[in-house]
Design a protein around this ligand. Structure first.
Ligand SMILES: [Zn+2]
Length: 462
């Protein structure tokens, strides 16, 4: 049985909150009973907890004396004391429907069904998001036989549109729609990195989606754990749509961002751009993609234990070219494909042990030796994505301990993976794309100068 139904049955004389309601709320906001179920009298003064549901005689008199809202269609009968109408905001929880909420408020099923039918002509009732707040205006029952009457209900399933249901004098329900203007705004946040980039940007109000975009865009150049030093700064320009009354209509997107690393030693600046035949992503000021053809290291957690070049081989016992880089890592550490490409070798390969070789664009290929295991599905002629797990660190073949021996070949010859210039592994805009990019950079630079601070939504965006 719904809590309000209980209250109604007791003739509004209940001053203690319904235990069911208290339990339900305590799990969410222990300090405030009324958080999901706030009742307000017509005057708009918030009342503590459920007290307003139990008007004392004096409160009832006050309410009668107060002017009745224009939306209240009930005629005022001089002989009869008019019960106050109460407005309440209800947050939809998992499994809630409008009919169920109205039932909890004591509205009889037939009336609730009529209200829902009227709303359903405008709102997709099955798509109401959890956490959506609806406002309901009810005329409470004025004696024990009477039942509460739904006077009005408003719902805003999306920021742009609000639907208002109202009961007319005949008891029929009609729905009005209010549409809000939407404006796209440029907003900027900057600050010193205090601890982590994520925490500092969040503290500056950068919403989650643009923050994630920014981190991903910098991830080919910056190791967020090791490269950030005291005094480093971030600066970001986002574009986001807002309604005229201050609700965000989208998650926002990054147009430009800048990050310093090493205590200001390095400075990375990125612009959002979509080449004609490519995906929209980020480019530095020279028009080079932030995406590198190859990852800097094919392991997330590792240290370099042996570099490219001539060395005395610990197992073979003579000096020869070490044709790759060794990364020491615990056995079983996932090995990532340094770049997208197709697998050309996968299996045992003499002293290299379990070995995978991938061919990439631009005459490049990479090789991964001494694996304990090759990942399932990694065979010859299979295409792999950049960062895909292709195997696991081991010590198979001629090896003194668990490590990854990593090779980079350019046109069939081994080259030092660590000395290959960063920019040579990046796609670079050219031709018409570069012309368009240059003018886009000027536009974004101008927008940055005129941008306001990042706004916080009136309602928390979860
Ligand atoms: Zn090696």
């Amino acid at each position: 049985m719904g809590c309000l139904a209980i209250v109604a049955a007791l003739g509004w004389a209940v001053s203690r909150p319904d235990p069911e309601l208290r339990t339900a709320d305590a799990s969410r906001v222990p300090s405030r009973l009324a958080s999901d179920f706030d009742f307000y009298p017509e005057s708009g003064t918030p009342m503590p907890e459920m007290m307003v549901l139990a008007p004392t005689d004096s409160l009832a008199e006050t309410s009668v004396a107060a002017p009745v809202a224009a939306s209240d269609p009930a005629p005022i009968d001089a002989d009869q004391v008019q019960p106050p109408s109460v407005e309440t905001s209800v947050r939809l929880k998992n499994g809630d429907t409008i009919a169920r909420v109205l039932g909890r408020l004591g509205v009889v099923a037939k009336e609730a069904a009529e209200a829902v039918a009227a709303l359903a002509k405008h709102v997709r009732m099955e798509r109401l998001p959890i956490g959506q707040t609806i406002t309901v205006k009810i005329r409470p029952a004025d004696d024990e036989e009477d039942v509460p009457v739904l006077l009005a209900l408003s719902i805003r399933p999306e920021p742009r549109r609000k639907f208002m249901l109202e009961r007319d004098e005949d008891g029929d329900y009609a729905v009005e729609v209010e549409t809000f203007e939407v404006e796209s705004k440029f907003q900027r946040a900057a600050g010193e990195v205090d601890g982590s980039v994520i925490a500092s940007a969040e503290a500056a109000g950068v919403p989650h989606a643009p923050l994630a975009e920014m981190l991903r865009a910098f991830s080919w150049d910056v190791n967020f754990q090791h490269d950030i030093k005291p005094g480093d700064r971030f600066d970001v320009l986002i574009e986001r749509g807002w309604t005229s009354d201050g609700l965000p209509v989208d998650a926002g997107r990054v147009l430009w961002a800048e990050l310093t690393t090493g205590g200001g030693a390095e400075n990375y600046s990125i612009y959002r751009f979509k080449p004609r035949n490519g995906e929209e992503f980020f480019y530095n000021g020279k028009g080079e993609s932030v995406v590198k053809a190859l990852l800097r290291t094919p392991l997330n957690m590792s240290r370099i234990s042996s570099r490219f070049g001539l060395r005395h081989h610990p197992v073979l016992g003579f000096t020869r070219l070490h044709a790759g880089v060794d990364f020491a890592a615990p056995p079983g550490t996932p090995i990532l494909a340094a770049g997208a490409g197709s697998v050309v070798e996968a299996g045992p390969n003499g002293g290299y042990g379990r070995w995978v070789k991938i061919r990439h664009d631009g005459g490049l290929s990479t090789g991964y030796a001494h694996m304990s295991r090759i990942a399932a599905g990694v065979h010859r002629r299979v295409h792999v994505r950049q960062g895909q797990v292709i195997g696991f660190v081991g010590s198979t073949g001629l090896s003194t301990g668990p490590h990854l021996h990593f090779e980079l070949h350019r046109n069939g010859r081994p080259v030092d993976p660590l000395s290959v210039a960063r920019t040579s592994l990046r796609a670079r805009l050219g031709g018409q794309d570069l012309v368009r990019f240059t003018s886009r950079v000027s536009e974004i630079d101008r927008a940055r100068e005129s941008a306001g601070p990042i706004e916080r939504p009136h309602v928390e965006d979860d």
